[in-house]
Design a protein around this ligand. Structure first.
Ligand SMILES: [Zn+2]
Ligand SMILES: [Zn+2]
Length: 224
């Protein structure tokens, strides 16, 4: 008794693209259940070219449709956006919390391995933030003295431009190092707003101290 050999239909592993006519492996075609063989008629390459051509030809219409959709769904989209940020914030916080120890170890290992780089970066950062830091410091001291007004790092930069990078007293160039001085000292009731500030070279600033501005100028032979 012989058992008939089972005949399995040969499944083709290649297909001819309906557009470029090339015979390509099935992996070069997307699935498409509308077709008999369950695969796209066009190879992936031709399909994406076709899509691209369509988008280019209908660019205006597509943009207009998108804009109309955004306009009609403004509130909904804003809510979605907010929701997304809130969710990803929670995800991030949870991740940081769960991996606290591991991240701390990684960070320490990185710092150990990149000592020079880390130091260099810190120095660059500190230089860039020095002005901001001293602004914060001055504003803090002024608040403590109940002085009126405050200023920003941008105000100092503007002052430097107005003074043409020169000391307000002796006119020496100061762009590399300058001291921010309260024209009327805080100790004498001067304010901390930008109108009461001037930039002095270190020498002039140190000799001014908390002198009354008129006295100071007189001591320099001015306003006599
Ligand atoms: Zn093709
Ligand atoms: Zn000076």
């Amino acid at each position: 008794m012989s058992i008939p050999a089972q005949v399995t239909p040969a499944v083709s592993s290649v297909k001819i693209c309906a557009k470029c006519g090339e015979e390509k492996p099935l992996s070069d075609f997307s699935k498409d259940r509308k077709n008999k063989d369950g695969m796209d008629r066009l190879c992936k390459c031709c399909h994406s070219e076709k899509n691209k051509a369509f988008r280019e030809k209908n660019r205006e219409t597509i943009l207009a449709k998108k804009a109309a959709y955004r306009l009609a769904n403004k509130a909904k989209l804003a809510d979605k956006c907010k929701e997304y940020y809130a969710r990803s914030k929670v995800v991030r916080e949870n991740y940081l919390l769960r991996n606290k120890d591991r991240l701390r170890e990684l960070q320490a290992a990185y710092r150990e391995k990149n000592k020079d780089k880390v130091k260099e970066r810190r120095i660059t950062y500190e230089a860039a933030n020095l002005e901001k830091k001293s602004v914060r410091e001055r504003n803090r001291r002024a608040r403590k003295r109940n002085a009126e007004g405050s200023h920003t790092a941008a105000d100092i930069q503007q002052l430097l431009v107005l003074q043409k990078n020169k000391c307000a007293s002796c006119r020496k160039p100061i762009s590399s190092s300058y001291h921010v001085d309260h024209v009327m000292p805080l100790a004498l009731g001067g304010g901390n707003g930008k109108d009461n500030l001037q930039l002095l070279c270190p020498h002039c600033n140190l000799s001014k101290h908390a002198q009354h501005p008129v006295e100071f100028m007189q001591s320099r032979g001015m306003l006599l």
